[in-house]
Design a protein around this ligand. Sequence first.
Ligand SMILES: [Zn+2]
Length: 261
Amino acid sequence: MPTKSYVRTTRLLLVLIIFFFLSSFFPYFTFSQTSSNCIETSIGTIPKDASGGCSQQCDIQAPNDLQTIKTGLLADGIIITGDELDIPNATEVYNTWCLLKKSSKYLQLLGAKSDPIEVRFKHTYESQGSHAFPCAGFSSAVIKPRFIELYGAQGSACATYRLDFLIAHELGHQIRFKNPDIYNKWYSTAYNPSFPTWNCQKDYGPGPWPEECFPDMIAEYVFYKKWEMFTEPPQPFLEMKTTYLTMYTFTRDNIFGGTEY
Ligand SMILES: [Zn+2]
């Protein structure tokens, strides 16, 4: 009959063996998070948030080093450049990108890995002369090189929630350029011109502007819990899932393949 201390020692040994066995397989457990939709980037795994879901912020993991952020994004086909490229701006590309890339459908539609997209941070929008054009963007319809531009993103003119939205918006144009069939399907089945964001109704004079509404819808889909475009201070846009449910559902199913934020 084994003594009490013998049993205790054996138990402790067993626990230790199991612990070392599991820790040697830890990388595989990390990978398994990818399948439950918390992404793993070349920069690092995005941790689950307190409620057990995937982090909506992603900024916890952004390295405080421009070259590391650059290298990580480059691995996904996102090239960051420009005279306003600094750590804060690069961090917001990182944060937004790590939300977008939760969806493999989105990645497939954007196709950046095989057809890279340059994200240029520029102080000046050339056609506006030498003045900074604060917190605005542009998405090129030219096939090569593929790029988006962000103007005057440095400093207080462009709060992070605006910049994040802008990045998702400009990339949303690229989704359309690469997938005209999806845009046409949206226009004929899900477009609601009363969608209340700036670009749907007011941009460039009297709207509505469906070609701007489409990327706004994509950006709102990702950030609606945080911000309705141009509400100041930022307010959530919960009508996205009520009044504009058709737009929400279209985006979820056709752009993000079921991934929700
Ligand atoms: Zn636009």
